[in-house]
Design a protein around this ligand. Sequence first.
Ligand SMILES: Cc1ncc(COP(=O)(O)O)c(C=O)c1O
Length: 368
Amino acid sequence: MRPSRATIDLDALRHNYRHARALGGGRALAVVKADAYGHGAVACARALEGEADGFGVACIEEALELRESGIRAPILLLEGFFDVEELPLVERHDLWTVVATPWQVDALERHRASRPWRVWLKLDSGMHRLGLSPDEYLPAWQRLRALPWVDAMVAMSHFSRADELGHDSTRAQLATFDAALAQLPAGTPASLANSAALMAWPHSRRDWSRPGLMLYGSHMLDAPRAEADALRAVMRLESKVIAVRELAAGEPIGYAGTFTTTRPTRVGVVAAGYADGYPQYATSGTPVVIDGRPGELIGRVSMDMLTVDLTDHPAAGLGSDIELWGPRLPVADVAARSGNSPYRLLTGLKRVPLRYAGQGPFPATPPS
Ligand SMILES: Cc1ncc(COP(=O)(O)O)c(C=O)c1O
């Protein structure tokens, strides 16, 4: 059997959630969209249920997957509904929804609800993606508040550059958000912080936080923070050496000969490639872990295989364990070597079976 796999440490996930929630000081919505950033949404939500104040997903399909697997905790549609035909489903499955564009406000006004709704109204405080402009915000709030079946509302916004600790835009977004919040009734619950903001921008910590990436043990902060040091990697992507080549100096390795040996070299061929989600253009020198010790990728990554330098690892050989990212090797470090982000790498796994480890409750195998 192909030896590549990803092991998901659910204890680390719970540790990171507790850390995020403690930092925020309020309630924390665990963001499990995109199949929990590639970690398996159902397994992760089950591991957090009972602890997490709720879950954030990208769309109704993701919410229904959680409900169908028995998750009863609150679930928020982070982009709201895409179509009015989703509204009965939102209601039937007791989902919370973001409202982020004028047409969604109009649609809710036309809707006739049969149960109370909770709506998170999103302000565009400067990211200019989703959210109502500051001018649109208060009128939209008042229109929704006037609907008898809207029984609770949360004011929210999202940061574009919270991982850049020296950048002014987060401060500007905070000021824009607070100006809008000041026009709402006192005590209106608010939600701003994603992972980076939770760790690096204390003023963004409000009633609800929305950690995503940090739950999975990674971050993109551009300066050291103790808050990030406490995270534990959740995914370990691993494979094994399936062949060893002894090459003289001056020999090219792999497609396009991007690496030529400069000394007699022992090359380990590893059963993982870009079709598994490992970045195709990770450069020679990208870190790997060979039987627990730091090593390097050499040559271009191919579809199903990649090559590592075993020359300084005399005990390593056929069957050696290769960690491609995980507790010993931050996925962000691998991402940085290929112009990628940890978000992209974690959500990009394909073909690799997920295995779960850690204390229950969790399924022994990924739910189908
Ligand atoms: C609205 C919203 N909130 C929170 C998050 C979580 O962000 P992060 O993974 O950076 O913590 C996301 C993710 O993109 C998001 O879209």
